[in-house]
Design a protein around this ligand. Structure first.
Ligand SMILES: Cc1cc2nc3c(=O)[nH]c(=O)nc-3n(C[C@H](O)[C@H](O)[C@H](O)COP(=O)(O)OP(=O)(O)OC[C@H]3O[C@@H](n4cnc5c(N)ncnc54)[C@H](O)[C@@H]3O)c2cc1C
Length: 463
C-alpha cells in the first residue's frame, strides 16, 4: 500500500460514505490523486449511506425506474412544506436541478436501481430505489473509485485538521492506533453529522439524549465538524435539530438500520411509562407522521413509549424484525412490558369507550375518530378488545443531526474571511445549509450525491 504520509496528496477526503465516494470518483476522473480516510473498519465502511434505500430525483419524464415526471417546482414545494421555509432557496433549487443528471451518473458508476415496492413507502414517481440497498451502492462506488486509482485507508480516524491562514495544510489521522500527519492540496469533508457522540447530543438536548438510539454508524461523532467550527468555519443549523423517528426500543444502541423501524403506531394506542396516552396516533398517514414520533417519545419520561394493538391489527403493517410482546390479557401484556397494569386497563377502557361505529380503511384517512377523548385519535380508532394483545416499546432513533458547515453552491466551506481557500464539504456535514428543519425522504442522498460530485470537481480543478 502507498505510504500515506510520504508525499502530499492532491485531495484528502475525510469519510467513506456516499458523499465522500462521489467526490473521490469525480476527483479521480479529473486526474487528481485522491485519498479517502474512512474511520470505520472495512466491513463497516460506508457510514449511514449503507443503510439507505433510495434517493429523491427531479425528472422531466420517465427516467430509469422513475415513473411520470417530478418537476423542480413540485420538488421545491415539497421541501418548503417539510422545512417550513427554513432552507436556502438558491442552494436548494440548484440541488434539485442537479439531481436529474445524478441518476444516469450513478448508473454509469455502478449503481443499479429497482422499481419501488408498494406499501407505506410507495414513492415510485419521486424516489429511485437502489437494487440491494445502500450497501450495494457503497460497494459499487468503492469498486469504481479503486479502479480509478483512489486510495482508501480504513480505520483511519481524522482527529485534527491543520489550517494556516485559511488554507488547509494537512490532517492528523489515527491509523492503527498511531497518529499520522497527512498533507494535501485540498480537503473534502464528508464525515457526516455528530449524532454518535452522545455527550454532544446531551449538551444540545439535555441528559435524556443518553437514552436515544442511533440508527446509523457509530463513527459519525462530528470530530472534523468540531475541528472546523473551532477554526471559525461558519455553522448552519441548530444543534437540537435532527431527523429522529420512533424505533423498536429493543434495537441496538448503534447501527440498527432501517429494519428497526416500526409502522404499527397508526393502528395502535401509544402510552408512556405511566400508561397515559399523549398524542393523536391517527393524525395523518404514517409516511407523513413517522418522523415526528422520535421527538414525541423523546419528550416522555425515560424517553420510552409503548404501542399497543390487538389481534385484528396484527397484519396491517410491515412485520417487525423483533417479534412483539404478546399476552392474552391487557394486564399480562402490561406486566411483560413493565407498565402499571391497572393504569393500562383504565387507558384502554377509556379509549374503547370513545371509539365510534364507522368504516375502517387502513390505507387512507378514514375519519374513524374517537369522541370526547383527550388527546383524540382522529383516524383508524377501533376498540382494542380482541386477544391476543401485542405491545412494542418505542425509543427515539436519531438518523442524523443538522448542525453543520455552511457552504456555497461550489460546496466551498465559508469561514471568517469569506471562504476557506481549499476546503469543501459534502453530505450530512453540510446538509443543514439546505435542511433547516424537517426532512424529505430521499433528500439526504440527493444532497450527498450533488455536493459530493461538485466538491470532487471543484477540488480537482483547484489542485
Ligand atoms: C437507517 C437509515 C436509513 C436512511 N435511509 C435513507 C434513504 O433511504 N434515503 C436517503 O436519502 N437518506 C437516508 N438516510 C440518511 C442518509 O444515510 C444520509 O443522508 C447520507 O448517507 C449521508 O451521506 P454522507 O456521506 O454525508 O454520510 P455517511 O454515509 O454517514 O458517511 C460518513 C462517513 O464519515 C466517516 N467518518 C466520520 N468521522 C470520521 C473521522 N473523524 N475520520 C474519518 N472518517 C470519519 C464515517 O465512518 C462514514 O464513513 C438514512 C439514514 C439512516 C441512518
Amino acid at each position: 500500500m502507498t505510504k500515506l504520509d510520504q508525499t502530499p496528496w492532491d485531495i484528502v477526503i475525510v469519510g467513506g460514505g456516499n458523499a465522500a465516494l462521489c467526490a473521490a470518483i469525480e476527483a479521480a476522473e479529473a486526474g487528481a490523486r485522491a485519498l479517502i480516510l474512512e474511520a470505520a473498519p472495512k466491513p463497516y465502511r460506508g457510514g449511514n449511506s449503507r443503510h439507505t434505500r433510495n434517493f429523491r430525483c427531479m425528472h422531466a419524464g420517465p427516467l430509469s425506474v422513475l415513473t411520470d415526471s417530478y418537476g423542480e417546482d413540485e420538488y421545491f414545494d415539497d421541501l418548503i412544506r417539510v422545512t417550513k421555509g427554513q432552507t436556502d432557496e438558491a442552494l436548494a433549487r440548484m440541488t434539485i436541478r442537479a439531481s436529474e443528471a445524478c441518476l444516469p451518473w450513478m448508473e454509469a458508476h455502478g449503481v443499479a436501481f429497482q422499481p419501488s415496492l408498494s406499501g407505506t413507502l410507495s414513492l415510485s414517481r419521486t424516489n429511485a430505489f437502489f437494487l440491494g440497498g445502500g450497501k450495494a451502492l457503497v460497494n459499487a462506488y468503492y469498486n469504481t473509485a479503486e479502479d480509478l486509482g483512489v486510495t482508501v485507508a480504513y480505520e483511519a480516524e481524522v482527529v485534527q485538521i491543520h489550517v494556516e491562514e485559511g488554507r488547509f495544510e494537512g490532517v492528523t489521522a489515527k491509523i492503527a492506533g498511531a497518529e499520522t500527519r497527512i498533507e494535501g492540496g485540498a480537503l473534502i469533508l464528508a464525515s457526516g453529522g455528530f449524532q454518535a457522540d452522545l455527550d454532544w447530543l446531551a449538551r444540545a438536548w439535555g441528559p435524556s439524549a443518553k437514552n436515544f438510539l442511533i440508527r446509523g454508524t457509530p463513527y459519525n461523532r462530528g470530530v472534523p465538524l468540531k475541528q472546523m467550527l473551532d477554526k471559525g468555519a461558519d455553522s448552519v443549523g441548530d444543534p437540537t435539530q435532527c431527523h429522529a423517528v420512533a424505533i423498536d426500543g429493543r434495537a441496538a444502541k448503534f447501527d440498527g438500520g432501517i429494519v428497526t423501524r416500526l409502522d404499527c403506531v397508526p393502528f395502535s394506542i401509544v402510552v408512556n411509562r405511566d400508561g397515559d396516552r399523549f398524542y393523536d396516533e391517527g393524525e395523518d398517514v404514517w409516511p407523513k407522521r413517522y418522523a415526528i414520533w422520535g421527538r414525541l417519545v423523546a419528550a416522555q419520561p425515560d424517553q420510552v413509549a409503548y404501542s399497543i394493538i390487538d389481534n385484528k391489527s396484527r397484519d396491517l403493517f410491515m412485520p417487525s424484525v423483533y417479534p412483539p410482546i404478546k399476552a392474552d390479557t391487557l394486564e399480562g401484556l402490561a406486566q411483560q412490558l413493565g407498565l402499571p397494569g391497572n393504569k393500562l386497563r383504565e387507558t384502554v377502557d377509556a379509549f374503547n369507550a370513545a371509539c365510534r361505529e364507522g368504516d375502517f380503511h387502513p390505507t387512507e384517512l378514514d375519519g374513524l375518530s374517537t369522541e370526547g377523548l383527550t388527546p383524540a385519535k382522529t383516524n383508524w380508532a377501533r376498540p382494542i378488545i380482541e386477544p391476543p394483545f401485542f405491545g412494542y416499546s418505542l425509543r427515539p432513533g436519531v438518523t442524523f443531526t443538522y448542525l453543520g458547515l455552511k457552504v456555497d453552491e461550489t460546496a466551498r466551506v465559508s469561514g471568517p474571511h469569506g471562504r476557506f481557500d481549499n476546503i469543501w464539504a459534502a453530505g450530512e456535514i453540510m446538509a443543514g445549509s439546505i435542511l433547516g428543519q424537517g426532512y424529505l425522504a430521499g433528500f439526504g442522498m440527493t444532497i450527498g450525491t450533488v455536493f459530493g460530485r461538485i466538491a470532487g470537481q471543484e477540488a480537482a480543478a483547484h489542485v
